[in-house]
Design a protein around this ligand. Structure first.
Ligand code: SF4
Ligand code: SF4
Length: 398
């Protein structure tokens, strides 16, 4: 056994019992909080099922979530090439009336009613149902996709036919705030699904301004969430773990306070948030996550964990929708989107999902391969070395 193998074996033998005892500790966790999802009136589990990485054969995972009290299942027609919706459809057969089902489609700015109806019918068929509770315009980063009158007409018709109960938009890219403002101001959303975590919230950094050499710059996100609440728009959040490097944090965790739970408690302590969805990939993780269900506040030890995480990852994590770097690239590289898809590969360790998401971006980071990096050198307000991150991201993801 060489030194590397010896070290790996040592680390593994230390991690396996720790993981087992953590699993035992969380095994009894269940959903402890249901919240009203805005004007829909749906009472949804505060920690809910994200299925962006749900793959064929994982029906048991869905059943486990259901057994634990999760009743809100978020999907999209693009997730895992359609497998995600199919697995949900299979696992929830006979239980449709016990759950809220969500799907989404990327409605283009020139999409027609017929095209959108085709997307919806496809999802209904995959999900093995005749209606979805929430149907969202997916990953909106361009107001024209909301302005498209065909989207409005499609929603009206689908609601009248009983195929959709509520609608809205999801988003996590550079123009998120502009798009959310438009959707809320024009009454286009019953529900919004938005990237939101402690790393994006200025309030988190205000407490530690002296010990951080960078600050979050997304002052408008809390404002938009408050506006959603005032308009009785349901608010569901995603990307709540700021990159989900869970194993980085295991050495710092103590009984009853894992990093994921702390991050969720941070999100759920915002009174303008109704629920969060998190990609559920493992039964033990579901149990761990649910340890934060029912909470409405955050403890000192939670904040210490989040602070530690921010210290470890703050200089490589791109704050979704901060977008201070917009326009910095003369070659049109969508920096924030590229770094989001990179996160799926490097942090979530899901290369297939990362590549699928990268392929549907409006432009790639191919230009970074032949660029000096000078134009974007100082463009990130959080100090991220954009060129150093984007060029390898293109190589991994294309
Ligand atoms: S490295 Fe060059 S091509 Fe890539 S984002 Fe920066 S300026 Fe654009
Ligand atoms: S690269 Fe920096 S400036 Fe650009 S979106 Fe990410 S955190 Fe914000």
């Amino acid at each position: 056994m060489d030194r590397r193998e010896f070290l790996q074996a040592g680390v593994l033998s230390a991690l396996v019992p720790a993981a087992r005892s953590r699993a035992a500790e969380h095994a009894r966790n269940r959903v402890a909080g249901y919240r009203r999802l805005g004007r829909t009136g749906f009472e949804v589990s505060d920690i809910s099922f994200g299925s962006s990485r749900l793959r064929s054969g994982q029906e048991r995972l869905v059943e486990h979530a259901l057994d634990r009290g999760i009743n809100y299942f978020d999907s999209a027609d693009s997730y895992t090439g359609g497998s995600s919706e199919q697995v949900l459809g299979k696992a929830l057969t006979g239980k449709r009336d016990k759950v809220y089902l969500v799907s989404k489609t990327m409605a283009r700015s020139e999409a027609s009613v017929a095209e959108l109806m085709g997307h919806l019918e496809g999802s209904l068929s995959q999900l093995n149902t005749d209606y979805v509770d929430v149907y969202l315009n997916h990953a909106v980063n361009d107001v024209d996709r909301l302005r498209n009158p065909e989207w409005g007409e499609f929603v009206e018709r689908a609601k009248a036919q009983g195929k959709i109960r509520a609608t809205g938009m999801s988003g996590h890219a550079g123009r998120l705030i502009e798009c959310l403002d438009y959707a809320i101001d024009n009454d286009l959303a019953d529900v919004i699904l938005v990237a939101y975590n402690f790393g994006q919230d200025p309030a988190f950094y205000e407490q530690f301004a002296r010990s951080f050499d960078y600050i979050a710059r997304q002052p408008d996100l809390p404002r938009v969430l408050e506006k959603a609440r005032k308009n009785d728009v349901g608010v569901v959040t995603m990307k709540t773990l700021m990159g989900a490097r869970l194993n980085d944090m295991r050495p710092y965790e103590t009984a009853g306070a894992t990093f994921a739970q702390a991050a969720f408690r941070w999100v759920l302590s915002n009174k303008n948030v109704d629920a969060l969805v998190i990609s559920m990939t493992d039964e033990a993780l579901i149990d761990e996550y649910l340890g934060a269900s029912g909470s409405g506040s955050i403890s000192v030890s939670d904040v210490q964990l989040l602070r530690q995480y921010a210290r470890l990852n703050g200089t490589s994590y791109c704050r979704h929708a901060c977008n201070d770097c917009e326009g910095a690239c003369p070659y049109g590289v969508p920096i924030a989107d590229v770094l989001r898809t990179r996160m799926y590969a490097t942090d979530y360790k899901d290369l297939a999902f990362a590549r699928a998401e990268y392929q549907i971006l409006e432009a790639s980071a191919a230009a970074c391969l032949g660029c000096s990096g000078a134009p974007c050198q100082d463009a990130c307000s959080h100090g991220l070395p954009i060129a150093e991150l984007c060029a390898p991201a293109h190589q991994i993801l294309s």
